[in-house]
Design a binder for this molecule. Structure first.
Ligand code: NAD
Ligand code: TYD
Length: 332
């Protein structure tokens, strides 16, 4: 099977590429623009039949070339950070909606056999204290990021209905694990704790997220790639609901630091209060179950960031850009 992976130099994409590179029957092409979030270091040591192509998913020629001969597309490439989308939404509309449209068009032309559109539970909006998102929940996004992802989901659905393109949409809860860009909650808090800096908790810290280890997201995507039914949506989640404050306290406990570094800061505008996924369709129809519990996953993740100081220090210092230019002859 030849797979085009978009966004394979990002957090989840690189974990997926590393996993699939161990499969004897898989050939992969990664297409990634290497934005601030894309990092070739994330793909270091990936063996197997894997080719990296630097390119923008909004560039139809680059996409058609990269997709040539592909049996399947797994589409991760996106602008992914809510706070950035609040500051400036234009790149989110461009990449997440227009980029997805370009990929869907190319996939029609190339007659791919499966198009896995990797989306998020954030398209469903926010829950109150009870209930879960099911695949039938209404789309009610509250941030420019989630609105742009919802737009891309609707386009993906429309290409399936209109052109019979075999699209499968996945909606996963918050991921954590190795290679996550240090602007997201868990790596940011681990790094701040390591450096003795304040840990900025938005609002009252009572917002709830449903955490899933990235390896479990990737195993779910592999199951969807092989057995997901065209036209279907699959929710993916770990039944690990925690408030942000609980997560931050767990991190400090694992690291043996006291809680005095916790600082409550101004809340995020339009901050979704609670996400919780009902993943029973994945479990029932595709036989998927997550392998990690949150305590083990978080302990291993903290250990990874402690052991990979160079990875995040070079990102934070911007040295990684200079490194790429030297190492790969590409300008960032
Ligand atoms: P990320 O920001 O770490 O990686 C995104 C990757 O896409 C980067 O490598 C970047 O260079 C690339 N990219 C961005 N714009 C591009 C463009 N125009 N052309 C080509 N490549 C481009 O994101 P992530 O956290 O790995 O998320 C991957 C996907 O999973 C996204 O679609 C996101 O919406 C979805 N998702 C993420 C989470 C999460 O918790 N991180 C949860 C559910 C779903
Ligand atoms: P984030 O990792 O940005 O993911 P998302 O917004 O997609 O869920 O944030 C997770 C939660 O953590 C969210 O409720 C916002 C909160 N948060 C903080 O409290 N402080 C921070 O510094 C960050 C980055 C996030």
């Amino acid at each position: 099977m030849r797979i085009l992976v978009t966004g394979g130099a990002g957090f989840i994409g690189s974990n997926f590429v590393r996993r699939m590179a161990t499969r004897p029957d898989v050939d992969m092409v990664t297409l990634d623009a290497l934005t601030y979030a894309g990092n070739l270091d994330n793909l270091e040591g990936v063996a197997g039949r894997h080719t990296f192509v630097r390119g923008d998913i909004c560039d139809a020629d680059a996409v058609t070339k990269a997709m040539d001969g592909a049996d399947a597309v797994v589409h991760f490439a996106a602008e992914s950070h809510v706070d950035r989308s609040i500051a400036t939404s234009a790149p989110f509309i461009r990449t997440n909606i227009e980029g997805t449209r370009v990929l869907l068009e190319a996939a029609r032309e190339c007659r791919v056999r499966k198009f896995v559109h990797v989306s998020t539970d954030e398209v469903y909006g926010s829950l109150g204290a009870t209930g879960y998102f099911t695949e039938e929940s209404c789309l009610a996004p509250n941030s420019p990021y989630s609105a742009s992802k919802a737009g891309s989901d609707l386009l993906a659905r429309a290409y399936c209905e209109t052109y019979d393109l075999p699209v499968v949409i996945t909606r996963c809860s918050n991921n954590y694990g190795p290679y996550q860009f240090p602007e997201k909650l868990i790596p940011l808090m681990v790094i701040h704790a390591l450096e003795g800096r304040e840990l900025p908790v938005y609002g009252d810290g009572g917002n709830v997220r449903d955490w899933l280890h990235v390896a479990d997201h990737c195993s779910a995507l592999e199951a969807v790639l092989h057995a997901g039914v065209a036209g279907e949506v699959y929710n993916i989640g770990g039944r690990n609901e925690r408030t942000n404050l609980e997560i931050v306290k767990m991190i400090l406990y694992i690291m043996g630091r006291d809680e005095s570094l916790i600082t409550f800061v101004k809340d995020r505008p339009g901050h979704d209060r609670r996400y919780a996924i009902d993943a029973s369709k994945m479990e029932r129809e595709l036989g998927w179950t997550p392998a990690y519990d949150l305590e083990r996953g978080l302990t291993e993740t903290v250990a990874w960031y402690v052991a990979h100081r160079e990875w995040w220090e070079s990102i934070l210092s911007g040295a990684y850009r200079e490194y790429y230019e030297r190492q790969y002859g590409v300008e960032l």
